[in-house]
Ligand binder design. Structure first.
Ligand code: CP
Ligand code: NVA
Length: 316
């Protein structure tokens, strides 16, 4: 049986208290490193990093963050390991558990991170799968807390594909009491199991999940617009079909003008400028994408802190 608090496999495994505590840890670690007071919490610890898909932000910020906390990242080479081909996933998990203290994994199938957690004996962090991107959602939560003061009651309007990032943001919203709006072309909604999982939390908080097939209705009452690529990693073959459906779902000045004046914009990045978002919005003063990207560093240190501390004692 997997102890889901010891891992971050998907955000639905963590409760509101743990999520908010992680954001608080992230904010404190950010303040401390900026004040020149680094922690050596992970002194003598090594953390394996297995990335099957490309990355700039996640692979860099995990390595920098581990270094900032006194630990050592070890980059694992997927082609050389041949997970599931050269060697079974359970055996790889068993071996890695004897050498490193935690594992950060970016891969296609969600089942792979689940399996590594099941058969290994070290914390596993989901650094993006086809289904979820919890590290992104927690970095967003930190950015929103910093920029808006709190998460409660805020409305995020995700304009685009019902994808892994949208799934983790919906899960976050259901946990912390935000409203989540999706605007997507028909047929590109989020999977039912993700929505079903979120409904209880949304009901408990009295917050809303809405889906529109036009972006104008979705932005009307939004506090923040969220953008992501139309074609996620691994879906490159669907590029031509997808792009024609998504053209009306671009975040541009005209769409932003229909949102409330205080509404800002963020993007998980990488941005495909001229597709899902325009240069003018990316370079405009309502864009918080780079604040969110900065927080990848601190939110992920906080995630590691949480999963590598059996009972988190941070700040106590
Ligand atoms: N947003 C994000 O995860 O970026 P990378 O794919 O560059 O890691
Ligand atoms: N949905 C995107 C997110 C990239 C960070 C993808 O999976 O490619």
């Amino acid at each position: 049986m997997i102890n889901r608090n010891r891992h971050l496999l998907r955000l639905s495994d963590w409760n509101e208290e743990r999520i908010l505590e992680t954001v608080a840890i992230a904010m404190r670690l950010k303040k401390e490193i900026k004040a020149g007071q680094p922690s050596d919490r992970f002194h003598g610890q090594t953390i394996g990093m297995f990335f099957e898909k490309p990355s700039l932000r996640t692979i860099t910020t995990f390595q920098v963050g581990i270094h900032q906390l006194g630990g050592m990242p070890v980059l694992l080479a997927p082609d050389s390991i041949g997970l599931g081909k050269r060697e079974s996933v359970p055996d790889v998990a068993r071996c890695l558990s004897r050498w490193v203290n935690a594992l950060v994994v970016r891969c296609f199938k969600q089942e792979l991170v689940e399996q590594l957690a099941e058969y290994g004996s070290i914390p596993v962090i989901n650094a993006l799968t086809d289904d979820f991107h919890p590290c992104q959602a927690l970095s967003f939560a930190q950015m929103m807390t910093e920029q808006y003061g709190s998460l409660k009651g805020k409305t995020v309007a995700f304009i685009g594909d019902g994808n892994n990032v949208a799934n983790s943001l919906l899960t976050l919203a259901s946990k912390v009491g935000m409203n989540f709006t999706l605007a997507c072309p028909k047929g590109f909604e989020q999977p039912k199991f993700v929505v079903d999982q979120a409904l209880d939390g949304l009901k408990k908080h009295g917050t809303q999940y809405r889906v529109f097939n036009n972006p104008e209705d979705a932005v009307k009452d939004a506090d923040i617009l969220y953008s992501d690529v139309w074609v996620s990693m691994g879906q490159e073959g669907e590029k031509d079909t997808k792009q024609s459906h998504f053209l009306p779902f671009q975040i541009n000045d005209a769409l932003l003008a229909k949102a409330p004046a205080h509404c800002k914009v963020t993007h998980c990045l990488p941005a495909h400028r001229g597709e899902e978002i325009t240069d003018s919005v990316m370079d405009g003063d309502r864009n918080l994408s780079f604040e969110e990207a900065e927080n990848r560093l601190h939110a992920q240190k906080a995630i590691l802190w949480q999963v590598m501390t059996p009972t988190s004692d941070f700040g106590k």
